[in-house]
Write a protein that binds this ligand. Sequence first.
Ligand code: NAD
Length: 496
Amino acid sequence: MTARAASTAAGPYRLLVGGAWVEGGAGSYPVVNPATEETVARAPEASVSDAEQAAAAAREAFPAWSATAPEHRGRLLQAAADELRKRGEDLLGLVMAETGATVAVGSQLQVPQAVSRFEYYARRATRNLDIALPPSAMPATPLAPGGLIGALAARQPVGVVACISPYNFPLVNMAGKVAPALATGNAVIMKPAPQDPLAVIELAGIMDDVGFPPGVVNVVTGAGPDVGAALVGSRDVDMISFTGSTAVGVRIYEAGARTMKRLLLELGGKGACLVFDDADLDAAVTALVSVWAFHSGQICTAPTRAILHRPVYDQLVERLAATAPKLKVGPPTDPATVIGPVISAAQRERVERYVELGREEGAEVVAGGTRPHGPGLEKGFYVAPSLLAGCTSSMTPVKEEIFGPVIAALPFDTEEEAVQIANGSDFGLYDYVFSRDTARAYRVARQLRSGNVGINTAQRNHEAPFGGFKLSGVGRDGGEFGLHAYTELQSIVWPG
Ligand code: NAD
């Protein structure tokens, strides 16, 4: 193996194509630390030809890899998990530098979650996913003699999977794609987000080190859309596993049609959080505050639409407005910081624009709304936690995904109205219901047009299927559903 990086954050970082570490065919570009605005390192700028070569290498590696024993694939995934854990401290520093994640988000989630995803799918690589079907008594036809006919629904790897990920959780998101894809016998090309690709290149290095064969794991990076688009257009790629914005998801859906790509599309969200007047309001506030406190709101599942029962509306808005200024906005490396920067200057401007739009459209900005400043904030893309009160469903910041620390609050009077407001969104990724009447909460949950619903909690269950309704995407991963996502069903039929 040749070096992919001299040391963490020092570079030079390279692409992994067919087992060789190569420089980007189109040069390199700077990866910027969102807290300091300094260059963390330069990432390779892959050419379209690099992407095509990675796809061709994966195509070539696929037959032998898919024929390996599942135990072997599980052992390699476990070895990658062990190495990731061993290098956790270095990687944490790197991921925090390139994402702007705080100490809490970085140390509890960015690296440990990636390790546990590898471990989870290492353990499940040997899972037999085939489904035995009952025999069918078939009459004789001109096609074939009659008799008892047996059948099996076998799960086969899809083939070559291009894994295209967003910027918020680079390692975790990529681990959630490549670990189940490799466990089920696919070859992969990793295409991390332009803003923070460095830890994913390190991950590719770890996978190379622990012995994944050449071509089974590849990594290509680039500052623009061309590298991802080349993979979507490639005939050597069977499936796109994409997490990112709905706008790009639509482009992938359209472009992928030409080569009939299998698609897993995990897209944008505009989470509704329905809080009834009998709810544990402390629990509801904690969930809502996560829009600000959890990775500066750059979370697809965040409960960004606070849909509040009128009897508790004023009280909740006041509590939220009082909480926002107490959350420390600051450098992510300061353990006291709750809200770090958003990923880029462009993203900060986008978030600020949405708050302004809300104001212009008649919402009241009861928290935030101005750019934070003070010691430690001279550089960096910081946004104050913001609360828009008195919103209506037709306002732009209620309709569109902001992906920043902004909550929009809307009142409701009846259960029906609450459901109607929640379902009035184009998105349907993750909604929440808070009520002590769990029968009501369950009844409401079943009416929500959303792929995931949390009742009285924002906590996750990693065994549960994850994915979106409506513009939030197509397909499911998570737990064992992640294994299914990277397989095709093949029917095998025989005379009994
Ligand atoms: P993005 O859509 O801008 O980019 C995602 C990835 O797509 C990047 O790697 C990018 O380089 C690549 N890309 C861009 N154009 C492409 C093209 N034409 N063809 C192929 N690939 C292309 O998203 P982002 O700004 O990095 O991330 C934020 C978005 O991701 C938000 O909308 C958020 O809701 C969503 N997200 C969804 C989930 C989920 O699980 N549903 C999780 C995290 C983030």
